[in-house]
Design a protein around this ligand. Structure first.
Ligand SMILES: [Zn+2]
Ligand SMILES: [Zn+2]
Ligand SMILES: [Zn+2]
Ligand SMILES: [Zn+2]
Ligand SMILES: [Zn+2]
Ligand SMILES: [Zn+2]
Ligand SMILES: [Zn+2]
Length: 1757
């Protein structure tokens, strides 16, 4: 055992000897022979436990601690548990247990206990309820994986329900758990075990379990139970700290540092353990020492709240408690081997003790649950799950015990401050969701009543009438309230599945429960009453949230109780009675003694009592009434009302009383809308909002509507409407004799008129609802299916919607189902999403005819949006714009008389009045909405009449609206019938909008008349819709409309086409849009722009971009640009005003081949040689917007000033960090942090001079270098021979700076930015590294863009967006000029060092080998630094171009050598057919030379393969070089490179002035190159690297990609759930986060994994970005399904994940739980963003758009 060995150093001596002497077998046989096993066992434990466990301070380092734990573990196993196993099995445990397992016939239950964050699956088709879940393994092996399933992550606890036949409607077993034999569940598994083993295990289990229970519930700190006192006890104590939810992490850490003298890190570790395990010893020593610490802790934490709990415990007590936990785990393991042993343990655990009731060991554990610490609870809960809950027989017995103790357990839980997951009460989900169990507990233990009573008991706050009255909703209150609500959760479990059969007992107990529930509802009826505030605004917003939370939580319960009742007639009838009796109790006091008043209208009269909503108390909470409404509908739906009317107490109903309270509530809503309750503040507005909200409306608003419908159907319609008018406080308007003249009365109070108008509108709307809303099964003849479908139709009538939006708009039932999926496909078509956005459902046109403008779940805003959308739709199809009411479904018999409202006298009077008012265009007494509603009502009445005529036989037709509306109006001042009014309004010019609707009505009237006439004449009913003359007019009308619509459409389309053309540009490249317009401007002014020249100039194939023969662009052409800030034009000249380009410089690891190496010391880091691993580079990007340097400076200063003011005022951050030079481009708001100066193009080469050969040039250069070297040596010793100085080379010459001061300043600005960002140091213009970093960003950016073009298969030239083109061009020209602002000596030194890497020189030391140099970087650096050397050459020979070509050739050869050395590690001797080409032969020749120099290292490789390697390896370098020289020398690219055709290689070579057979360079210059090659190979590092020491890069470097993600998201969740925090020893990470760049999983957003970066504590993600992404990171937060972008410590944003569900939507936060699949396009989009270095910009934009992102502490993630 290797783990035990390292301890040899430390353990107490006797320990080792104990090991040797101890024999588990002998001990076991001694015990077997003992008379009293318990005494023997206890003696053994008393002796050994304190010797093994808790022997000193808990280690400080986690390493030490782990070792200690392993040692304890081993000792426990050998000395304590092994003898028990021997005793139990009677043989060697290893064989005995295997035997047991083999003989076991396991029950098919999976029972896998979920870890935190593990994925769980529930089948939406087959699960009995949403709590039935499968583990991933079972799910994948089950039938449900092809069903509609839901995926969630477990919060820990709970187990897999695979194999539980009650949990699944079908497919209860996965493949693995399908029982092979049908086992009789009644069979006793104990019978399978040998008798003696049964006896032994009984006694062992009971002794051990009792020991464990005793120890865990032990409260004395200094003593042990009898028999366990240690033989020798020392003065060893622990100071034990317990957790609570009161003190924060910070408080605990701070206190510990003070109390036990530990450092921050140790304190954090203590606090973390206390939080996780519930307790932790923080000090070990003698009693006084520990007591001291305790005192300090208590003193320090008692100030604000109750102190932290601390105990000083004797070490032996702690040791026994530790062992007790281990013993429980051991029991849990042992019973896994055998169902028989499990049952024995269950038996032992539940056996009643001598004390009688509640004295079994399990009871003792449960009842002490809240007193135990977290770690102990977790372990025994786990044991309960493994034992009692897995055994069918004992699960029941346990459930009964649990139910018996329910009230007490809950009460304990209320007092306890731990989360519910660690409370034993959380087991309720395992017990109550099993339907048979729930039923049994209900019958036997009256569980439903118990839960409700317990709940009511815990809500103590009541007012004088006994109603709930909640305190202000504080955090404390919320906490308590939250605890109580878990009881509602339990109730929900009990009720979630309806019984299919009822026994008398069940009926009795359910109705008992209902009684209790009605008591609860009664306490809610009339809660939070409000009174209208007049005069002053209320001073304090009244509390309302608690009441609504309660209502919301109970919503499902209320619905479930109704569903239960619906399954049994007797229960329903009884429930109805009970509810009615409670309602009448609530109504006591309503009429309240006052004299009834009598209302008279339209010849009808009714009595009612005096009450005004606007003056008296009113409450929105009426749960009792609403439950009655629910029962009433059920009576209708189940047809009990019609079948058994004699059994119903319908006679006891008083309709006016029934409608009173709901009506008040609806009037309150109308009055609030009318602005009458403005002074009552927001609390009322919120209440009204929730009253209608989808979360509450089913049991609030909807039920009030039903109650009014029920009442109205039982009353005389005129009476009903009069009461409604009276409650709306409108009665006086319609009852006055000259009400029809209202428009004429010049009311002085305009507000009042306005108010009354709104009230009339709302009242009319209510009447429309009461008659028209028939989609509740039981009110109308519909199925629940129709109801959902109608909701969806109306949602989609507003606009097309995503699946999640629709789900949110529909109420969920207790199973979290809305029924959406069943109906969606028949009414809507699905449009898939693109790379952004989400999938949308669109209503199929044939369903628009079901659209009802006055749909009762529309808010006013929804209504107007829907109206607009529907009118538009109708115009497009050329229809009229009338939106008549749809044909409603027929009413159920119980509600049938509702239709009479439509033709009653009062309503006709109201209609007549409104129509009359509408005659007057400018009257203030009516509104268009009012008229529209009246027209709608008229339409409904006509539809009703038509329906009756069409469907009923003549005698049944009770409806005669058409004849009633021809009757002239009432009263003396009659002014015509409703029909007459309509006819005259039809052509009223001020009612143009309503014309179509009025026309529709009149046509209906005519139509009905025709039917009636026919019926009366022929009695055969045939319906024709319009005919003859009328039809012709209609057709003509329609044709004309169609023509107009068509013309409008064409015009619209034309405009749209133009728009979309414009937008296309804008959306794709909105940055370029600006650039392009700018470019156009320039073209028009100067006709001289780089990207336009490429096409205009003839591009001959011989064109080259480097060397003396290169083609320049000619200096005679002027470069004109426009400043985006002042709009002035400016020429780019050396001596002009400086122009700059906004740019963003950032570190980058996008090309990195080696991550995790950060610069150790920025101050001393030497960046001159870039390693080919390109681990960190500096990338520059620009939006391409040009400004005057001065304009930009002014702008930036203004930004700074504004920011300072803002910080003073708001103390908030912005998306950009001004202190670090960041700003947003003034034109496109692109994040920028510097500017690049624009410099003029290079001169045309001087073709007059001779082009020196490589040989010559090398010689001259070496001489120049030697001269420079000599002069810089300090002090120049006299005896040194002065080297010969080449002709015309003047060491004392100081070249003139060609630039104006403003340009020089901008050059410095940009240099400093790259320096600052690249090295993370403070600006220092004197630093010799400044020019290197400027060159570096040039080289790196070109390399990055070359890769991008290659990966996206774009041509090398012409494929770049203008802004990148401009950016590269300006960086290159900048870096070629930046030498002017550095000291010559610095530049010379750099050149000398760089050159020495190629051409060895004795005087230069520490030159890296060619395997450690990136060749493109050295090319750029040498070319750019050479200018400084050449500037001293006053010979008049301009050989700078010759130098460039020689450097290029030399470095290309070096690169080929590099490629050959590294790319051919494998020996491939497969010879290809045919003779080798010239290239191959030469490659072979070169390779053989290399092999000669490095004998024995390089393998033998076929020549064809060599050439292929070289070609592939060098190509990226050549492409990058082509880009570089193109921008440096402004040479137009050849046509071949502007496309992606064949011949790229040749084209690049020729453009670079190189032979396409690159090896010719080697061959032709062999004499010069051979010694160089030899010296390269001779570098000791080359051999080392090739032999495997050192990091070797192979060419071509493969492009980096983001890691591969699995197709199925649950794979990731699973992966993350098994991920443990790397710092806290096997603990689950709370926020596992995946780095998309390198694939590391991190423990994010947690104390445990914080590290220090630059003196600041940062979370794991931020820390990781510094090693993996140079401060920038892309992560996937697995549990949230969210992509996280982080830049630096302060910036970040969330980004939609690349995972979509089947509805084309992401699920950020995993709230919806639909299966998610990888969307490759979206992932590629994220990848492209990263490769393009666009992440920082995305973060900037996101933060700019959403200010709350700025406030997040990104560094803690
Ligand atoms: Zn399972
Ligand atoms: Zn299974
Ligand atoms: Zn299923
Ligand atoms: Zn300007
Ligand atoms: Zn811009
Ligand atoms: Zn990473
Ligand atoms: Zn961690």
């Amino acid at each position: 055992m290797a783990e035990a060995e390292p301890d040899r150093r430390d353990p107490p001596f006797d320990f080792c000897s104990e090991f040797l002497q101890f024999s588990a077998k002998d001990t076991a046989s001694r015990w077997l022979a003992a008379a009293n096993l318990q005494v023997e066992l206890y003696a053994h434990l008393a002796e050994y436990v304190p010797k093994i466990l808790c022997l000193g301070p808990s280690g400080c380092s986690s390493r030490e601690e782990q070792r200690e734990e392993q040692r304890e573990e081993l000792a426990c196993q050998l000395l304590l548990l092994a003898p028990l196993e021997w005793l139990l099995l009677g043989e060697d445990p290893a064989t005995g247990l295997a035997q047991l397992q083999e003989n076991n016939q396991p029950s098919p239950l999976c029972g896998h206990v979920f870890k935190v964050g593990e994925p769980t699956y529930s089948c939406r088709d087959c699960a009995a309820d949403p709590t039935c879940v499968l583990c991933m393994q079972c799910f994948l092996g089950s039938v449900h994986k092809d069903h509609r399933y839901r995926m969630t992550t477990s919060g820990g606890g709970g187990f897999c329900d695979c194999g539980d036949t009650e949990a699944w409607k079908k497919g209860p077993y996965c493949q693995k758990h399908t029982p092979t034999t049908i086992k009789d569940s009644e069979e006793d598994p104990i019978a399978q075990l040998p008798v003696d083993m049964v006896a032994r295990s009984c006694s062992i289990f009971s002794i051990i379990l009792k020991y464990a229970v005793d120890m865990l519930t032990w409260t004395q700190e200094d003593q042990l139970p009898a028999g366990l006192e240690p033989p020798e006890r020392g003065d060893n104590y622990y100071c034990m700290l317990f957790n609570d939810e009161v003190h924060t992490y910070e408080q605990v850490i701070y206190t510990l540092q003070k109390a036990v003298n530990c450092n921050q890190k140790e304190a954090v570790s203590f606090a973390t353990t206390v939080d996780r395990d519930g307790r932790k010893s923080v000090r070990y020593g003698d009693f006084l020492f520990c007591e001291q610490a305790k005192t300090v802790i208590v003193r320090n934490t008692s100030r604000q709240s109750k102190p932290l709990r601390v105990q000083v415990m004797h070490s032996s007590v702690v040791a026994h408690q530790c062992f007790a936990l281990k013993a429980l785990s051991w029991l849990g393991q042992i019973i896994q081997y055998s169902d028989g042993l499990r049952r024995i343990l269950c038996q032992v655990g539940l056996e009643e003790g001598p004390e009688g009731e509640n004295s079994s060991l399990v009871d003792r554990l449960m009842l002490n649950d809240s007193k135990m610490w977290k770690g102990a609870r977790n372990i025994y809960h786990q044991l309960l799950m493994n034992s009692l809950l897995m055994d069918f027989k004992y699960k029941k017995i346990f459930a009964i015990q649990f139910a018996k103790n329910y009230r007490r357990l809950q009460t304990d839980f209320m007092e306890d401050d731990h989360e519910r997951v660690v409370s034993v009460t959380s087991l309720s989900v395992q017990l109550f969701t099993v339907p048979t169990m729930a039923r049994m507990l209900m019958v036997k233990e009256n569980l439903m009543t118990t839960i409700i009573r317990t709940f009511v008991d815990h809500l103590r706050h009541r007012d004088l009438q006994g109603r709930f009255q909640f305190d202000r909703y504080t955090a404390q209150q919320a906490f308590k309230f939250g605890r109580v609500q878990s009881l509602i959760g339990d109730l929900k479990y009990v009720l979630i599945s309806r019984p299919s059969e009822w026994s008398d007992e069940l009926r009795e107990k359910f109705l008992d429960g209902l009684d209790a529930f009605l008591e609860l509802l009664k306490c809610m009826q009339g809660m939070d009453p409000v009174v209208r505030q007049v005069g002053q605004h209320i001073e304090m917003e009244p509390e309302w949230e608690a009441a609504f939370t309660l209502q919301m939580k109970l919503t499902h319960i209320i619905s479930m109780i109704q569903e239960w009742c619906a399954t049994d007639e007797r229960v329903l009838i009884e429930a109805y009675r009970k509810c009615l009796s409670v309602v009448s109790q609530c109504h006591i006091g309503l009429p309240d003694g006052e004299q009834p008043i009598s209302l008279n209208l339209a010849g009808h009269s009714v009595e009612t009592f005096r009450y005004q909503v606007s003056q008296d108390k009113v409450s929105i909470h009426l749960p009792v009434c609403r439950l009655l409404a629910g029962f009433h509908v059920l009576l209708s739906r189940t047809e009990i009302a019609s079948r058994l009317p004699e059994k119903l107490p319908l006679g006891e109903l008083s309709p006016p009383l029934l409608i009173e309270l709901p009506l008040r509530c609806l009037v309150l809503c109308a009055q609030v809308l009318a602005g009458m309750w403005r002074r009552n503040g927001f609390s009322l507005i919120n209440q009204i909002y929730y009253y209608h909200n989808v979360k509450c409306r089913v049991e609030m608003f909807d039920k009030d509507v039903i109650m009014l419908q029920a009442g109205a159907s039982m009353m005389d319609p005129n009476h009903f409407l009069m009461i409604v008018l009276s409650r709306f406080e409108l009665f006086h308007i319609f009852s006055s004799a000259d009400c029809r003249k209202r428009y004429a009365c010049r009311e002085t109070n305009k507000d009042l008129v306005q108010q009354n108008n709104t009230l009339i509108e709302e009242m009319l709307h209510l009447i429309i609802i009461l008659i028209g809303e028939r989609y509740v099964a039981g009110v109308g003849l519909v199925e629940p299916f129709d109801e959902v479908r109608r909701e969806i139709i109306h949602q989609l009538s507003i606009r097309p919607m995503a699946h999640s939006e629709l789900v949110k708009a529909l109420p969920e039932n207790g199973n979290k189902e809305t029924g959406l999926e069943r109906v969606i496909d028949c009414v809507a078509s699905f449009k898939k999403p693109g790379v952004t956005g989400r999938g949308l459902y669109e209503l199929r046109p044939e369903w628009s005819k079901h659209f009802n403008l006055y749909f009762y779940h529309y808010s006013r805003a929804d209504q107007s949006k829907a109206e607009e959308a529907q009118r538009k739709l109708r115009r497009q199809t050329g229809d009229d714009t009338a939106l008549p009411p749809p044909v409603p479904p027929p009413l159920c018999p119980l509600f049938a008389s509702l239709v009479n409202l439509l033709q009653c006298d009062v309503l006709l009077g109201v209609e007549g009045a409104v129509l009359q008012w509408a005659m007057e265009p400018r009257g203030g007494g009516w509104s268009e909405s009012m008229l529209q509603r009246v027209l709608h009502l008229v339409g409904m009445a006509l539809l009703e009449e038509q329906q009756q005529l069409e469907n009923n036989s003549e005698d049944d037709i009770t409806f005669n609206y058409t004849s009633k509306i021809t009757r002239p109006g009432e009263a003396p001042n009659t002014s015509g019938s409703v029909l007459a009014l309509l006819e005259s309004l039809q052509n009223a010019p001020h009612l143009e909008v309503h014309k179509d609707m009025i026309t529709w009505i009149l046509k209906m009237v005519a139509n009905i008349k025709t039917i009636r006439e026919r019926t009366s004449s022929t009695s055969s009913v045939t319906v024709t819709h319009g005919h003859g003359q009328e039809e012709m007019i209609r057709d003509k009308d329609k044709a004309e409309r169609k023509r107009k619509a068509e013309m409008a459409r064409l015009r619209r389309e034309k405009i749209m086409a133009q728009m979309s053309e414009m937008q296309k540009h804008f959306i794709n490249e909105n940055k370029e849009l600006f650039q392009q317009t700018l470019a156009e401007l320039e073209v028009s002014t100067s006709g001289d722009l780089e990207h336009s020249t490429s096409s205009s100039e003839p591009s001959c194939s011989s064109e080259v971009c480097v060397g003396p023969t290169r083609v320049g662009r000619g200096a005679e052409r002027r470069d004109l640009v426009t400043c985006i800030l002042c709009q002035e034009e400016q020429e780019v000249k050396c001596h002009g005003r400086a122009m700059v380009l906004a740019a963003f410089v950032q570190k980058s690891t996008v090309l990195s081949k080696r991550r995790c190496c950060s610069i150790p010391n920025a101050e001393r880091h030497d960046p001159l040689f870039m390693h080919p691993d390109l681990s960190v580079g500096i990338h520059t990007a620009s939006c391409g917007h040009i400004m005057h340097a001065t304009c930009w400076q002014r702008y930036f200063e203004a930004v700074q000033l504004k920011e300072q003011r803002r910080q003073q005022r708001l103390r908030s951050h912005t998306s950009y960090d001004v202190e670090n030079g960041e700003f947003l481009c003034p034109l496109c708001e692109c994040l920028s942090n510097t500017v690049i100066p624009l410099l003029p193009h290079a001169q045309t080469p001087d073709r007059s001079v001779d082009h020196p050969s490589l040989d010559m040039w090398l010689k001259t250069t070496s001489q120049q270098i030697a001269a420079l070297h000599h002069s810089y040596k300090k002090p120049p010793s006299a005896d040194d021979m002065e080297p010969p100085i080449p002709e015309g080379f003047r060491l004392d010459f100081t070249p003139l700076n060609p630039f104006s001061s403003s340009i020089i300043e901008m050059i410095t600005t940009f240099s400093m930015s790259t320096y600052k960002v690249g090295l993370k140091v403070n600006p220092n213009e004197q630093d010799h590294r400044v020019p290197v970093l400027s060159w570096s960003t040039c080289a790196y950016t070109i390399q990055a863009i070359e890769r991008l073009l290659m990966d996206e298969e774009k041509p090398l030239f012409g494929g770049l967006p203008c802004r990148q083109d401009d950016c590269l061009s300006s960086i290159t020209r900048f870096s070629s000029a930046c030498w002017t602002s550095a000291s010559l000596q610095t530049l010379h030194t750099h050149f000398i060092r760089l050159f020495a890497a190629l051409v060895p020189c004795q005087q230069v030391e520490n030159t890296p080998s060619i395997l450690d140099i990136d060749m493109f970087h050295i090319l750029v650096y040498t070319v750019l630094s050479y200018t400084s050397v050449h500037s001293l050459d006053q010979s008049g020979r301009n050989v700078i171009d010759s130098a460039h070509i020689h450097l290029l050739q030399l470095i290309t050869v070096a690169h080929m050598v590099q490629v050959l050395l590294t790319s051919t590690t494998e020996e491939v001797c497969m010879e290809q057919e045919g003779g080798g080409s010239e290239e191959e032969e030469l490659a072979c020749q070169l390779y053989n030379t290399l092999r000669k120099h490095l004998d024995g290292i390089l393998p033998d490789v076929a020549s064809w393969q060599l050439w292929r390697c070289v070609k592939a390896g060098v190509f990226p370098f050549l492409r990058a070089a082509a880009l570089f020289f193109h921008y440096l020398n402004s040479t137009a690219p050849p046509a071949d490179l502007q496309g992606a055709g064949p011949g790229q290689w040749e084209a690049v070579c020729s453009y670079l002035n190189l032979p396409s057979n690159l090896l010719q360079m080697y061959q032709s210059q062999q004499a010069v190159l051979e010694p160089l090659i030899h010296s390269w190979c001779a570098h000791p590092a080359v051999r080392q690297t090739l032999e495997g020491c050192g990091f070797m890069v192979q060419f071509p470097r493969e492009s980096n990609r983001l890691i591969d993600l699995p197709e199925d998201y649950s794979v990731l969740i699973n992966q993350a759930s098994s991920f443990t925090c790397p710092r806290s020893g096997g603990d689950k990470s709370r926020a596992p986060t995946l780095c998309l760049v390198c694939g590391s999983m991190l423990c994010s957003q947690s104390y445990c994994c914080q590290t220090e970066v630059d003196g600041e504590d940062v979370g794991a993600c931020t820390a990781h970005t510094f090693t993996c992404g140079a401060g920038l990171g892309l992560f996937l937060r697995v549990r949230e399904s969210q992509v996280l972008f982080v830049a630096g410590k302060t910036k970040g944003c969330f980004y939609p994940p690349p995972y979509l569900d089947d509805y084309g939507e992401t699920d950020q936060g995993l709230k919806r739980g639909n299966p998610l699949h990888l969307c490759v396009e979206r992932y590629r989009k994220i990848e492209r963003l990263w490769r393009q270095h666009g992440i920082a910009e995305v973060i900037g934009h996101a933060q700019e758009a959403n200010q709350t992102l700025v406030a997040i502490d990104w560094q803690h993630l």
